[in-house]
Design a protein around this ligand. Structure first.
Ligand code: DCP
Ligand code: MG
Ligand code: MN
Length: 337
């Protein structure tokens, strides 16, 4: 079986994929979720082709590629570039927006405010803007955090965390999720799930606190970073780690109660688009899926807003969640949309 996540190299559509990826990042930066999603889908489909797609009508035949992108694919193959892209690249405001969105802890609203205020470079804002300490670290380590982390280095970070965790408690279960579990050859960050049989979330959170302290002591962890607003329920820890003299890497720990490990595994393996489509499918079948479980009998009002959480159907096993949803099990390597 081919690994979807690793296929750009040597793919006959590599150049097309590169340029479409730039477009996708551009729309993502503009918060144009709809277009960004369209590009992501097209890219995923092209990655699976074993011959070069040269013509618009050929591209249009592929499920999930619409007229607009089909036309662009032909243009890229014909001219080795995309007019729209050259044009967008020249806009300094867009460049600045893209730059600022790359700072840890800076979201769309803040980035746009900085651009509107006339700032264009990291030095600009470092000198003139009041920033949170996380944002400041995000700037200091901008280059580090932008770099992809080679797969074997992700493993090294995971191994260190695991070794120290097991010194604290040999029964802790740690697993690297995110793009690593999907088999990616490089990752944006290191996502580690921590769980333990027979203890509640609170006890695991206490263990995480101890683990973090120990990992600072051995100079593995370098800093803590603020958790994005709205997602902090005490079960997450964000920061940076390094191995030997390597660059700082983004690392995320998440505490998962043992009974929820299947749903958490599913959620934190992603990717985010796959999650979104699975959640949508669940809701069409009358379920609700989130990182803690699959629920039924969710009462919804207008606009599908939910009134009640419903009844837990399954959360321990990833496979069972697929089964109940009536979807064939998909191995992590194939969970990209
Ligand atoms: N996730 C999600 N929706 C989000 C953010 C995250 O469903 N808005 C889930 C799916 C992701 C997982 O959490 O796969 C981990 O999030 P990351 O941001 O670390 O993304 P990945 O590990 O998938 O990719 P990367 O290599 O960029 O870290
Ligand atoms: Mg990740
Ligand atoms: Mn992450």
């Amino acid at each position: 079986q081919k690994n979807d996540e690793n296929q750009t190299e040597g793919n006959p559509n590599q150049r097309t994929i590169e340029i479409l990826s730039e477009m996708q990042r551009y729309y993502e930066m503009l918060k144009d979720t709809w277009r960004s999603l369209g590009y992501r889908k097209a890219i995923a489909i092209l990655k699976r082709q074993d011959h070069k797609i040269k013509f618009a009508n050929e591209a249009r035949e592929l499920p999930g590629i619409g007229d607009r992108i089909a036309t662009k694919i032909e243009e890229i193959v014909r001219t080795d570039r995309l007019r729209r892209l050259d044009y967008t690249k020249m806009d300094p405001e867009d460049e600045a927006l893209r730059l600022f969105l790359g700072i840890y802890g800076v979201g769309g609203v803040k980035a746009q405010k900085l651009v509107d205020a006339g700032y264009r470079t990291l030095d600009d804002i470092k000198a003139h803007v009041r920033l949170t300490s996380s944002q400041r670290i995000g700037i200091e380590h901008y280059e580090d955090f932008q770099q992809r982390i080679p797969r074997d280095e992700v493993k090294q970070h995971g191994d260190i965390a695991m070794r120290v965790a097991h010194q604290i408690d040999a029964e802790l279960k740690l697993e690297i999720l995110g793009s690593y579990r999907r088999g990616a050859k490089d990752c944006g960050d290191i996502d580690i799930m921590i769980t333990k049989e027979g203890v509640g979330a609170y006890a695991i959170t206490e263990i995480l606190r101890e683990l973090v302290e120990k990992l600072f002591e051995i100079d593995f962890l370098q800093c803590a970073l603020a958790i994005p607003r709205g997602s902090d329920n005490g079960t997450k820890w964000h920061g940076a780690s390094k191995v030997s003299s390597g660059p700082w890497r983004r690392i995320d720990f998440l505490v998962v109660p043992w009974p929820e490990r299947g749903a958490a595994l599913l959620y934190f393996t992603g990717n985010d688009i796959f999650n979104r489509s699975l959640r949508l499918l669940a809701s069409k079948k009358g379920f609700r899926l989130n990182q803690s479980g699959l629920y039924k009998d969710v009462m919804r009002g207008r606009d599908r807003a939910k009134f009640t959480d419903g009844v837990l159907v399954e959360s321990e096993s990833e496979e069972k969640i697929f089964e109940i949803l009536g979807v064939p099990y998909r191995p992590p390597e194939h969970r990209i949309c």
